[in-house]
Design a protein around this ligand. Structure first.
Ligand SMILES: Cc1ncc(COP(=O)(O)O)c(C=O)c1O
Length: 369
């Protein structure tokens, strides 16, 4: 069992090997730290994972979302349908654009946007939908695509937790108009720092996004700025690390799926709500999230057993102080209940079957009390 922070089982483990150290060293010694070949290669390799034509690296998942929103044409006054059961960064860049987040309820099993609930929120100001592939499970995208076609809406996939996940055999990231990923250290792959990626098959969006990330410059126009852009670039050293991590991703996904299988076979869905993998989905188990009404007591009990846990997320986005002005009096009954019940238990590719057994037995012991 792993032993850090006095915990017997940690939530996640960082991965560093010799190849990663060599990659970082190679960039350090090259003295080429930005706008070089590593970023370019990482963009191509990551786009290839997603089966998309373009990849644009950024310095975080949040900046990727901000740029994708602007590149697809979102502007002040637009309404954008978002889940509230997500990390705040799915929504916060909208506020900087002046667009209005419209919060919709999530599906009872997958915790991703419920297409029927999206339909209820569409008005003549609605311009886009941001489905989140939460915890590594894809959102049910076909009905979302249908709504987008019917009402001429853009779709930005928030795939920050779902590198390599699949919907009906298609990689997430290749389904909407644009998609965004995060390489924050806890994610299924990282760059040893903050980082992000935008992917798309649309050339116009890709060109605009690339310019926005790099001070609004179009390719080959050094001191000519076509848009008010940002410096949201990824640095070379992070891209070099990301390229090595990307090579391991398929094997890590399989191990995460195996760990989930070990949990599923030891825990009983009659006692506690377990994660679901829909028949049309390939779940990549960024998180293994269970639910129980007395979640806080279970969390405390597991802590006493040396088992780290997390809550993703304790306060829905529509109830965040930052959203007060935008959310109004909207109530989302299921989302609000879920935030009181969810508990993320340890999940990472290095977990051993005995670790899972220890966590599962501890949960069962608490349930018997
Ligand atoms: C669903 C979701 N959206 C957006 C983000 C923002 O990504 P980052 O932390 O890289 O800015 C994250 C990760 O933190 C996330 O989990």
């Amino acid at each position: 069992m792993s032993g850090r922070n006095n915990m017997k089982v940690n939530m996640a483990e960082m991965y560093v090997d010799e190849e990663i150290k060599e990659a970082a060293q190679r960039v350090l010694e090259s003295k080429k730290y930005v706008k070089g070949e590593e970023v370019k290669a990482f963009e191509e390799e990551f786009a290839s994972l997603c089966n998309t034509r373009y990849g644009i690296a950024t310095n975080s998942g949040t900046s990727a979302l901000h740029v994708a929103m602007l590149a697809t044409g979102m502007k002040r006054g637009d309404e954008v349908i978002v889940p509230s059961h997500t990390f705040v960064a799915t929504v916060s860049p909208l506020l900087h654009i002046g667009a209005k987040p419209v919060f919709a309820e999530v599906d009872r099993e997958t915790y991703t946007l419920d297409p029927d609930e999206i339909r209820k929120k569409i008005t003549d100001k609605t311009k886009a939908i941001i489905p989140v592939h939460l915890y590594g499970h894809p959102c049910d995208m076909d009905p979302v695509l249908e709504l987008a076609r019917e009402y001429r809406l853009k779709i930005i996939e928030d795939a920050c937790q779902a590198h390599g996940a699949e919907y009906k055999g298609k990689r997430v990231g290749s389904i909407g108009n644009m998609a965004c990923f995060s390489f924050f250290p806890s994610k299924n792959m990282t760059v040893a720092g903050d980082g992000g990626m935008i992917v798309t098959n649309n050339e116009d969006y890709a060109v605009k996004a690339r310019a926005l990330v790099n001070q609004g410059r179009m390719k080959g126009r050094k001191y000519k700025h076509d848009f008010a852009g940002f410096n949201y670039r990824m640095s070379e050293i992070l891209a070099a690390v990301g390229r090595v991590q990307l090579k391991h991703l398929p094997e890590w996904i399989e191990r995460r799926r195996k760990v989930a299988g070990w949990y599923n076979s030891r825990l009983d869905a009659d006692d506690i709500v377990l994660p679901v993998e829909k028949g049309w989905a390939k779940h990549v188990y960024h998180l293994y999230v269970i639910r129980h009404k007395e979640r806080d007591k279970l969390k405390e009990f597991l802590k006493g057993r040396g088992i780290a846990t997390g809550i993703h997320y304790p306060l829905p986005v529509h109830l965040q102080p930052a959203m007060k002005e935008y959310a109004g009096n909207v109530r989302l009954k299921f989302t609000e209940r879920v935030t009181e019940e969810v508990l993320s238990v340890p999940m990472h590719p290095e977990m051993k079957e005995e670790d899972v057994e220890y966590v599962a037995n501890s949960i069962k012991e608490w349930l018997r009390k």
